[in-house]
Design a binder for this molecule. Structure first.
Ligand code: HEM
Length: 361
């Protein structure tokens, strides 16, 4: 029997209609959501990055070693529940090495930042640093957070703070199901601030690093981390994934990165998870798109209408068909819609096309 993606303790009488096509709707395949303990009401996902002019500039591993000391510091009793390393070369050719960390509360994150020495180090960072740094931290309350996994065994990001995976959920397999899975959407339209071309201020060709810049949060910014894991696929499926899905996914991510202003997307990075020892993606076989939209409606529109996601979506059904629906590729996403005070963006010595810097430079 299908269950609701919204946990019982987060249900309330709807004042806004669900998008579910009809009460008897049956999704064509199973998908699952993480169940969090009832006492977890807020999560933290922090994207802590070092920005280097090129991968060879980061080859000594110094920036990664610096962050590792904080993320594993014995002085902190609230180390991240989970963190991993990932990297992306951006459209200005800069190499960004990223620690993606999760905590089960804002208090735990703040206490880690203080006790580990990260906060003091971060505040002291100056123009003499050989590379840029960025901190993009999100503090969604669980009523503003949803997840969807195509398997019930994945251990990704926020799943490390979950109690278990749900049974197969009913809110998926139709456009608008993402919204239906967000508990607050029962009573709130989650409208953000319209993105206007003027909102993207950074001159596209300028790569001069900025000084230290803090970007204020925006009403109902929508953040998605959409991941792919083909590690355990058969050789046949792996080839099919790399030959057919990966190229269209790259195209979609490139579109959001380079033309996000056309669809309300401020920032998109297509990121490779890397080996913690080598910082290389070899043998890891996992990627994720990390994108920030002005509001949930823009993300919905891109998914439902834009040729790039339609190609990804359509490609996936062809892919499943070729495999006789025996898909072992794991895909998932985490989506959050954030209040301004649930976002923290700070950049030190990064080029002006980095993350939310595009909105103010
Ligand atoms: C290989 C990669 C991908 C595949 C196979 C894929 C496929 C799909 C599928 C099958 C759905 C419908 C899920 C359901 O409701 O059962 C979906 C929905 C969605 N996808 Fe993708 N996708 C991929 C990558 C991405 C990326 C990178 C993003 C954004 C950065 C994204 C954003 C979304 C969103 C937001 C929805 C929910 C739309 C809604 O419910 O209104 N997808 N995708």
């Amino acid at each position: 029997m299908l269950v609701s993606s919204i946990a019982d303790h987060m249900k309330c009488p709807r004042t806004r209609p669900a998008q579910l096509p009809n009460p008897d709707f049956q999704p064509p395949y199973p998908s699952f959501s993480i169940r969090f303990p009832e006492n977890v009401s807020q999560l933290v996902m922090a994207v802590i990055g070092a920005q280097h002019k090129s991968a060879s500039d980061a080859a000594d591993g110094a920036s990664r070693a610096t962050l590792t000391t904080f993320l594993t510091s014995r002085a902190s009793t609230t180390l991240p529940s989970f963190f991993e390393w990932a990297s992306v070369t951006d459209n200005k050719g800069f190499y960004n090495i990223i620690a993606l960390g999760y905590w089960p509360s804002k208090a735990a994150y703040e206490s880690w930042a203080k006790e580990s020495g990260f906060k003091a180090w971060w505040q002291a960072l100056g123009p003499d640093s050989p590379n840029g740094w960025f901190l993009e931290a999100f503090f969604p309350t669980t009523d503003r957070f949803e997840t969807l996994f195509n398997t019930d065994t994945a251990r990704e990001g926020s799943a490390h703070m979950g109690q278990c995976m749900s049974e197969a959920v009913k809110e998926h397999g139709y456009w608008g199901s993402m919204r239906d899975r967000i508990p607050l959407s029962q009573t709130d339209g989650l409208e953000g601030v319209k993105a206007v071309p003027d909102g993207y201020r950074s001159p596209p060709e300028d790569v001069t690093p900025t000084g230290r810049v803090i970007i204020p949060g925006r009403k109902n910014l929508a953040v998605i981390r959409s991941g792919q894991d083909w590690l355990d696929t058969t050789p046949e499926e792996r080839t099919l994934y790399l030959d057919t899905m990966h190229p269209v996914l790259t195209k979609g991510m490139d579109f959001l990165r380079d033309h996000g202003d056309e669809v309300g997307c401020y920032s998109c990075r297509f990121i490779e998870v890397v080996d913690p020892k080598t910082a290389k993606p070899d043998g890891i076989d996992r990627t994720f798109g990390l994108a920030y939209f002005n509001e949930l409606a823009s993300l919905e529109k891109w998914c439902k209408e834009h040729p790039t996601h339609l190609a990804i979506f359509g490609g996936f059904f062809q892919y499943a068909k070729k495999l006789g629906n025996n898909v072992t590729l794991r895909v998932f996403h985490e989506v959050m819609v954030l209040q301004p005070e649930q976002q923290y963006f700070e950049y030190v010595g990064c080029h002006p096309r980095t993350g939310m810097l595009v909105t103010i430079c």
